[in-house]
Design a binder for this molecule. Structure first.
Ligand SMILES: Cc1cc2nc3c(=O)[nH]c(=O)nc-3n(C[C@H](O)[C@H](O)[C@H](O)COP(=O)(O)OP(=O)(O)OC[C@H]3O[C@@H](n4cnc5c(N)ncnc54)[C@H](O)[C@@H]3O)c2cc1C
Length: 387
């Protein structure tokens, strides 16, 4: 009697899904592996989406490896444009729907790598020319719109909002940024670095509306945003970049525990047996980390765990970079706010160091020329390990 080995199924083919699959293949070349994606399943680098307009990169040019080559490379079954309709955890099966119909798949282990979705901005809900860029498909839509728009307003001044603002400069467009915060990167960097970034980008023609809430929206020939600062801002096109919510609906529908994200422990395992989560959708030991570095760390650990060697993920200090070459920033935000910032301010950059009360370096933010201290600062905080 022959027994078929049930595959590991990964839902999602973003950085998390594909990184995990690559790590599994390094350990077990033969294990049956299935990946499912609701999109085209081409492999691309999402961080490039906020630097691609400046380089005039078409969506096609952003594809690193197409889905057919990914199938070959990973020796995996990859379902593109496929929707997971339901999951039965007792039978360890799921129903998928795709252009050819419906299938039932069995799994040995199930991994959610389904990412996160842009937070909606309720006042702009029914506004047609309101875009978000969080996938290659979004970029494809926005790429065409960008060429036709004279006047673009970005809502949000976090990392992604600032990167898009910089990316859109020098293209003959009028670019504005609206934020309720007093300066860009408000939750990440000290005020002097945020203000320095703002003024460098203002020199490139970006109009800043800080401390500004959008109170109402009126659409005639263009979109009129009534701001709390009493300004009325006219835009042809709006790009919202106000953060992401982990995708949890699918897990929830299968009674898998969710909080802000899909709840997993340091083995990336949910309380439900043989169910795991990784990437932007995961809430690991209570924290959602929506960056590349934690995904790569998680993929290495989870691949070991799935291949019969349980391995907790360990997160070393992972600084965050702002991809704005005019005024680059690297920040490692302190986790406990019991210490003090010290500053060295130069005409072309700022070195901000955060020391605990007993004198240990717990965080830092470096801008412009001061990025030259990045290795030294990282070394100093490297003794701090999260788990
Ligand atoms: C513009 C931008 C710039 C960024 N820049 C940086 C940077 O410089 N540095 C950094 O560290 N991070 C950056 N990030 C964050 C980083 O890119 C993300 O953390 C990472 O790409 C998330 O990968 P993921 O695989 O978890 O999610 P995603 O890439 O969103 O992949 C999710 C996958 O799940 C699939 N999926 C979702 N729901 C379903 C479903 N129900 N059924 C089937 N499939 C489903 C999707 O189709 C997709 O394939 C940036 C993000 C953005 C948006």
């Amino acid at each position: 009697m022959s027994t078929t080995i049930k595959p590991i199924i990964i839902i999602g083919t973003g950085l998390a899904g594909y990184s995990l699959a690559k790590e599994i293949r390094k350990i077990q070349p033969q294990t049956p592996l299935v990946l499912i994606s609701q999109d085209d399943a081409h492999f691309y680098s999402k961080p490039q989406l906020s630097t691609a307009i400046a380089q005039a990169k078409s969506p096609q040019q952003l594809i690193i490896t197409n889905v057919a080559d990914m199938r070959n490379q990973l020796q995996a079954t990859i379902y593109d444009y496929t929707h997971v309709a339901s999951i039965d955890l007792t039978a360890k099966t799921l129903i998928i729907e795709h252009k050819l119909g419906e299938d039932e798949l069995s799994f040995s282990k199930l991994v959610f790598a389904i990412g996160a979705s842009p937070k909606p901005f309720p006042l702009l809900k029914n506004i047609k020319n309101n875009y978000r860029v969080n996938s290659l498909q979004d970029y494809a839509t926005f790429f065409d719109i960008f060429q036709q728009s004279e006047n673009i307003t970005i809502i949000g001044s976090g990392l992604v909002g600032c990167e898009f603002a910089f990316d859109f400069t020098n293209k003959g467009k009028q670019i504005s940024v609206v934020t309720p915060d007093p300066h860009p990167l408000y939750n990440l960097v000290p005020a002097n670095i945020g203000h320095a970034l703002q003024s460098e980008l203002a020199k490139l023609g970006i109009n800043w509306y800080t401390n500004s809430h959008i109170e109402s929206v009126d659409v005639k020939n263009s979109i009129a945003l009534q701001l709390s600062s009493n300004n009325v801002l006219q835009a042809n096109t709006i790009l919202t970049a106000i953060g992401l919510h982990p995708n949890i609906a699918l897990a929830k529908s299968a009674n898998i525990q969710t909080g802000q994200g899909i709840v997993v422990d340091k083995y990336l395992q949910s309380p439900q047996e043989d169910v795991f989560a990784i990437g932007d959708c995961a809430q690991i030991e209570g924290i959602c980390r929506q960056y590349v570095a934690p995904i790569l760390q998680s993929a290495r650990a989870l691949a070991q765990t799935l291949c019969a060697k349980p391995t907790p993920v360990v997160f070393p200090p992972m600084p965050i970079s702002l991809k704005v070459s005019r005024y680059p920033i690297i920040v490692y935000p302190p986790t406990h706010m019991m210490g003090n910032w010290t500053f060295e301010q130069y005409p072309d950059g700022i070195k901000a160091l955060y020391y605990s009360q007993d004198g240990a370096l717990e965080g830092y933010a470096l801008s412009g020329s001061q990025l030259e201290h990045r290795q030294q600062c990282l070394k100093e905080v490297q003794t701090l390990v999260t788990f």
